[in-house]
Ligand binder design. Structure first.
Ligand SMILES: Cc1cc2nc3c(=O)[nH]c(=O)nc-3n(C[C@H](O)[C@H](O)[C@H](O)COP(=O)(O)O)c2cc1C
Length: 209
């Protein structure tokens, strides 16, 4: 096998194909966004990159808020639809059959059928070229109670999320391990107590986030 070198391109994958809601409960829109990511843990901050030509762009810029709705694999078709049609011409809630639910800290709706939503307030809009980066703080999280186990622990694997890689949708597959499993003691789920002590770099558990 030989390596081939290409010129730089946005070839990062898999990424989450999220459905971003904006507007308010009466006039709302959904735009599918794959250029989305976490950029800070505390305070919790995320980014979404949107082309200024999108109908949603002006709504989000003007209102300064949006919600990121995580897409389960079962809603991949609806997610794709919201990334093909524009809200300037189509009511995407009506066409997809997705339902609006009220958010707690922002005026725009979240999507009832999505297992988890991040309510976001825009902090900055940074032009990048084709897209503008909306940098935002996550001010509330809404999740289905079925994602919690009997101890109240979030089991995001239960959400059956979709992934997007180079133009193709996938359902998340087999679980490979938990955070820190590479240094966990055999037979135990938790990382070894010495995992954080200085050790040869390649055996040290990476810090989460
Ligand atoms: C899987 C997928 C991912 C997309 N990701 C983005 C994105 O990150 N940023 C963006 O501006 N448009 C993205 N799009 C395109 C918009 O979702 C699409 O142009 C949509 O129709 C815009 O809706 P609006 O005009 O109602 O805002 C994506 C489309 C699909 C199908």
């Amino acid at each position: 096998m030989a390596k081939i070198s290409w010129k730089g391109s946005a070839l990062l994958g898999p990424v989450p194909p999220v459905m971003v809601t904006c507007g308010d409960m009466e006039e709302s829109n959904i735009i599918t966004v794959a250029w989305a990511g976490i950029i800070n843990t505390h305070p919790p901050r995320v980014s979404i990159a949107i082309r200024p030509t999108r109908h949603s762009y002006g709504i989000i810029k003007e209102r300064g808020e949006f919600a990121i709705n995580l897409t389960p694999a079962t809603l991949a078709k609806e997610c794709d639809f919201c990334g093909i049609y524009t809200g300037a011409k189509v009511d995407k809630f009506a066409k997809t059959g997705l339902h609006k639910a009220p958010a707690t800290a922002v005026a725009c709706p979240i999507i009832e059928e999505c297992p988890l939503a991040l309510e976001c307030k825009v902090l900055d809009v940074l032009p990048q070229g084709t897209h503008d980066l909306f940098l935002a703080e996550v001010v509330a999280v809404d999740l289905d109670d079925t994602l919690l186990d009997e101890n109240g622990k979030l089991c995001l694997d239960r959400a059956g999320l979709a992934a997007f890689a180079h133009g193709e949708y996938f359902a998340l597959g087999e679980k490979l391990g938990n955070f820190g499993f590479s240094v966990a003691k055999k037979g135990k789920g938790k990382p070894a107590p010495n995992a954080k002590k200085p050790a040869p770099k390649k055996h040290t558990a990476p810090k989460r986030g």
